[in-house]
Unconditional design. Structure first.
Length: 655
């Protein structure tokens, strides 16, 4: 390589790192989102148990969240050890993996084609395309960037194998990286097919350069046999994945979603992915499945796909990269195009993380061929390519901003999609958590209207009614779903929490116990059980329930506040533990530094520990914060306790 070319290569590598970091570095301050992040990470029982050899075994032996992706779970588990409940660390790991994959893609294309400009363009598009934001800015999509890294390493290993003598042992690194990628995300089942495409171009293994034939049958036969060990790995992982997803109910049945409907949606999805690649606007976290097939659109999509395939095949001798890039795109999407439907989405941005590379290859090399060898034309093309990358980078930065938290994510989804029942329900959940009960009810109602008979929407409606004190209206909804779903903890547990708000501790206790028998890992139910037990005067059991809630979900707000309060102010001296009360209260206040009840609890803990000066200052701050929120009654109670602290006395609950 000439010195000038070497400088260009280094410059492109630096540009990939710089522009990708600029686009995505904002995610370091983002939060987890209520879409798999809570269940998959914050409340994952495997993570809460700590990292050990046993946790490694469980990652392989116990599928979680409908998937068998043990390497992905181990990766996230290690981040849980490092970063705990701070999303920024996980997201920076995602970003690092994505940047490394982008560099490896550039290196692979450059190594196999020697085309610096085309390779750089394809790698930069991969690095900053808005469709890839979901894979980087969503913690739970670690599986995309992790499998993407092993995908690139597989390509590198295969290129090295192709450059040497045809020996089986040369496939060992290829098989290893393929297996690691499949253990991260099973979408890599099409990777052997991609390798076969690369044999055509750019590796040129299907025929000698002097051979007039595009494909030598003997060579093709050898290349197919060569892929058999890789295919065996793919079939094994596919069988396990399908068995897990079918057993957990993630695979839609043909009764619920007929094959004809799936085919129509699959054809239209290919066109959607093409259009979003060229003009990435209106991107959302969830695209609802159409209520009925649009057969005219599906027919037009089929004609487009057949026509594009025919053109690529016709040009295979002169422009082999067209058929390679096009079939890379079409083939890699097959596992997620919806023929085997997993989930409720019609299509998803994350599915284009690796398939889009094929389109970038076809466009980059096709554009160079189109302009010919004219220096002026190539300079103009380079300027256009730079403008395209810059536009993609700006749009990706904007899209990443929508992933900053749950509210922003689903508000964006509702702004750019129609009939999005899941976005309405998820936004309602977030609004209910923020105590915006009336707003939450509006979105639950809309979700129920769009998807009649959906338990999540109806139970959410019941939760808002209960939060407004309208338990009489909420109760029939809970009871109906308790009868319809007797094995679900959601309705019975939610009813228990609703009864708790009304001070009906005996009834709440019974329902919370029933909910925990169905789902012993529900930290919110353990925290509620603690409140019910305290209301019944069973304080030692109450403290144990709070501790269990915090074991399952460290930092759980209700359990943290109530445990610290009990340990600081219990009338039973044998239950008081001021030092632990301070530790728990200080940990809780870090997540909500201006919360009046938490500040009040922290003040009581300081007083119990003999830190009366700190207690007085913290209580005054708690009273001021309460007054700012209009909670004058709470402010008066806190000021009364502050007088005790100034008098040198801790606050102890009356018997």
């Amino acid at each position: 390589m000439r010195e000038a070319d070497r400088r260009v290569v280094v410059g492109i590598c630096l540009l990939i790192v710089a522009i990708t970091s600029a686009v995505f570095f904002q995610i370091r301050s983002h939060d987890f989102v209520n879409l798999d992040d809570y269940d998959g990470i914050l409340e994952n029982p495997h993570f809460l148990a700590g990292f050990s050899l046993d946790s490694v075994w469980r990652a392989f032996a116990e599928p979680y969240q409908h998937n068998w992706i043990p390497l992905n779970w181990l990766s996230l588990h290690l981040d849980y050890v490092l970063y705990g409940r701070e999303a920024g660390g996980y997201l920076l790991t995602n970003l690092a993996l994505h940047i490394l994959s982008s560099l490896l893609l550039f290196g692979f294309l450059l190594r196999t084609t020697s085309a610096v400009g085309c390779s750089g363009f394809a790698a930069l598009v991969f690095a900053v395309h808005p469709l890839h934001v979901e894979s980087v800015a969503w913690v739970s999509e670690r599986k995309d960037v992790l499998s993407g890294l092993f995908f690139m390493l597989t390509l590198w290993a295969y290129a090295r194998h192709a450059e040497g003598p045809a020996r089986w042992r040369g496939l060992a690194p290829v098989a290893l990286f393929l297996a690691l990628g499949l253990l991260s995300k099973p979408m890599l089942v099409t990777l052997p097919f991609v390798l076969l495409l690369l044999d055509l171009w750019p590796l040129g293994r299907m025929a000698d350069a002097s051979d007039e034939r595009i494909v030598d049958p003997e060579r093709l036969r050898f290349l197919l046999v060569e892929k058999l060990p890789l295919l065996a790995i793919v079939l094994a992982v596919s069988a396990i994945t399908y068995a897990v997803q079918a057993a957990t109910g993630a695979v839609a049945s043909l009764d619920r979603l007929p094959l004809a409907d799936r085919l129509a949606n699959a054809l239209q999805s290919y066109v959607v992915y093409l259009s979003q690649t060229l003009v990435p606007r209106g991107l959302a976290v969830f695209y609802p499945y159409p209520a009925s097939p649009d057969w005219a659109a599906a027919g037009a999509a089929a004609l487009l796909l057949v026509g594009a395939t025919a053109v690529a095949a016709f040009r295979v001798r002169a422009q082999p990269y067209l058929v390679v890039g096009w079939l890379w795109f079409v083939g890699m999407l097959v596992p997620v195009i919806g023929i085997v439907q997993v989930g409720l989405q019609a299509h998803a941005d994350r599915y284009m993380y690796l398939p889009q590379i094929g389109l970038s290859i076809a466009i980059a090399w096709g554009a160079i061929d189109a302009v010919g060898s004219s220096r002026v034309a190539r300079t103009g093309l380079a300027a256009v390519a730079a403008l395209v990358v810059a536009c993609f980078g700006i749009l990706a930065w904007q899209q990443a901003h929508h992933w900053r938290d749950t509210l922003a994510l689903y508000q964006r989804a509702l702004a750019v999609t129609e009939g999005n029942f899941l976005a309405h329900r998820a936004l309602a959940d977030a609004l209910l958590d923020a105590q915006r009960i009336a707003d939450a009810r509006v979105h639950y109602a809309k979700a129920a209207e769009l998807r009649p008979g959906w338990s999540e929407a109806e139970l959410g409606m019941a939760d808002t009614l209960a939060a407004q004190g309208r338990l009489g209206e909420a109760l029939p909804i809970y009871e109906r779903w308790m009868q319809a779903s007797p094995d679900s903890a959601r309705p019975v547990g939610s009813l228990g929490l609703a009864l708790l708000r009304q001070g009906r501790f005996e009834e709440a206790h019974a329902h919370l116990e029933a909910g925990l028998r169905l789902d012993p890992h529900a930290s919110e139910l353990h925290a509620g059980l603690g409140i019910a037990l305290a209301g019944l005067g069973r304080h030692e059991e109450s403290i144990a329930a709070y501790r269990e809630a915090l074991r399952l979900e460290p930092g759980q707000p209700t359990a943290s506040n109530n445990l610290a309060w009990a340990l600081a102010t219990s009338s039973d001296a044998s239950l008081r533990d001021p030092a632990e009360a301070v530790r728990v209260a200080e940990a809780a206040i870090r997540s909500a530094p201006n919360d009046p009840p938490l500040l009040d609890t922290l003040a009581a803990a300081y007083a119990a520990a003999g830190r009366l000066g700190d207690a007085s200052k913290t209580a005054e701050r708690a009273a001021w914060e309460a007054e700012q929120r209009g909670a004058t009654g709470l402010a008066a109670q806190i000021r009364h306790r502050a007088e005790l602290y100034r008098a040198g006395r801790p606050y102890v609950e009356a018997r």
